[in-house]
Design a protein around this ligand. Sequence first.
Ligand code: MN
Length: 218
Amino acid sequence: MILQHYPFELLPLPYHYDALEPYIDMETMYFHHDKHLGSYVNRLNELLEPYPHLHNWSLERLILENRTLPEDIQEDVLKNAGGVYNHQLYFSGMSPSVTELKGKLKDALLLDFGTWEEFYKTFVEMAMKIFGSGYLWLAADDKGKLVLVPLPNQATPLSIGLTPILNLDVWEHAYYLKHQNLRADYINDWFHVINWAEAGRRYQNALLGNFLQNSILP
Ligand code: MN
């Protein structure tokens, strides 16, 4: 298992820019991946460049052990490592292929939310309520229980001891070009392109305590 470390790279999308059409458009995907994620990658590398002892630190370690970093870069590293980590999870959490919610993740989702409809309704309500920039996260605790957690900006569930399973980016750059102010339409469209196979893999890792494998693309 090789974790990513400095110099971080802009990993290519695991599908073409237009592959999620008509739900997420090509232009949004291009700007979101190449420009938004790209600048988090560049900024993170700039911040770490003067600190060789941090050059073998993984994204997860930069986030989890953030408080031990030199104070002048601590906050900016957290924001930018979060920006890279969260976007990688977001992009690999979508797929142009139809995937199925099944297995242990499906069992847990039904156990923790009652029905699919209840899960969907709660998810949409919580994603609509996020004020300003952030993500809605489906995450698992150390017992495998699933929770929905809204987090601001580039905060990650790792920082609060949860394993990320899926994340919906509700920063306006994620949908404004196509959906403008209609976040509800974007949320509905995102549900059509969720990569349940990847979510299932991440949940398995959560159950095994292997959360470090979740940022590694399969
Ligand atoms: Mn984004």
